[in-house]
Structures are given as C-alpha cells and as structure tokens.
Ligand binder design. Sequence first.
Ligand SMILES: Nc1ncnc2c1ncn2[C@@H]1O[C@H](COP(=O)(O)OP(=O)(O)OP(=O)(O)O)[C@@H](O)[C@H]1O
Length: 213
Amino acid sequence: MFEIQNLKYKDILDINILELESGKVFCLFGESGSGKSTLLKIFNGMLTPDEGVVRYKKEKITQLDPVELRKEVVMLGQDPVVFEGTVRDNLLAGLRFSGENEVTDQEMSSLLKELHLEKELDEDATKLSGGEQQRLAFGRVLLMNANVYLMDEPTSALDEGTETVVMDYFTKNIKKQNKTVIMVTHSKEISEKYSDRIIYMDEILTKVGVHHE
Ligand SMILES: Nc1ncnc2c1ncn2[C@@H]1O[C@H](COP(=O)(O)OP(=O)(O)OP(=O)(O)O)[C@@H](O)[C@H]1O
C-alpha cells in the first residue's frame, strides 16, 4: 500500500525503509515531536519529502494528482474541521468532494446514532461541542468511503466510553471493507486493542547523532 525508501524531511524525518500493507490498522507511537503528524501529512501528499521516494499502490506520490490521491487517502485531524452549516451539510461535505453517491437522511441519522451523536440533521454544526464535532468528522469520513484513513489522535476529545463506541464501530466497518488505517494515538490501550501493528517512531527513524554544545 505505502512504501517509503530513504525518506528525509527537514531534520524531522529520516526513514530508510517502511512498508505498510493494505487492509490493516496501524498505530504510530512515539514521543511528542517525533514526527508522527509530519509522516501522516507525507502519506497524503500535503508535505513532500526533501529526499527519497514514497509510493502509494506502487506509484510515486509525487506523480499522482493530489486531489485524486486525497479522495482515496483521507485525513482526519485532531482538531475536527467543521464547516458553517448544518450537521447534514457537514456529513455531505466529504461526499461531494469524493464524488460518491448521495446518502439519504435515514442513513445519516442511523450513522449518527452509531456514533452516539444524538443530534438532528438540521442542527447548526458549529454549535456542537469539541467531542461532538470529532464524532461528526468521523461520520463525514466514513461516508466518503475512502481507501486509507490517516487519523491524528482522532478521539482526543472523547471520554473513554464514547471513544470505545466510536472506535469499535469505525474499526468494525473498516475491517469489513478491507480498508487501511494509519492512526496516531498516545493511548497504549487504543493501540493494543485496535491495531494490527504498532509502528514505533524510534524504531523506524534512522538514529542521528545527538549534538552537544
Ligand atoms: N511546518 C513545520 N516546519 C518546521 N518544523 C515543523 C513544522 N511542523 C512541525 N514541525 C516540527 O517537527 C517536529 C515534529 O512535529 P510533529 O507534529 O510531526 O510531531 P508529533 O510526533 O506529531 O508530535 P505530537 O505528538 O506532539 O503531536 C516538531 O519538532 C515540530 O516542532
């Protein structure tokens, strides 16, 4: 699915080799500032490495149309993007972008229920709480039916119970459809419970000498 060879990005990332297979849930684990978010942004072409090659489905990312790439490789950030408008507008926003068929109100309502987001489709999305907005963003990307989900601490604003509900539902659907997830989380529990493979940043980063004054 993704293959990295000799990647260098500023003085943040230096990775000799990394291969991620499709149909799995990966967790990126590492200390703050170790480059996890930077690596996610490289996977969907938001950032371009200074050196090396990154391939998605055997194609060099630099040779792919970024708009087409981001229809297949969707980013769900830590601060959920909520657009002006209703809950319905927000759920449909991703669909318009990805070109998928429209979904019915009934389907959207049942998705909200699965995510424990008991809000009406006509409600103003900007008035939702941070945790509710995170769940709304989950709903939006789930409807997009992407191939790869890049997730940067996607449940950071959720309490433990809600986090379990959302992650259970999300991973169940993802697995059923043989999709790939690359997720940054600081939670050992989440990574152990949901991931097929934990990628430790200090194992993939090439060790560089520590400079002392
Ligand atoms: N646009 C940028 N230009 C230069 N340096 C940056 C940029 N974005 C991030 N950095 C730096 O790159 C390093 C890695 O940042 P990144 O956000 O990828 O780490 P992270 O592992 O996701 O951290 P955290 O767990 O705290 O979210 C940090 O030292 C950060 O200050």
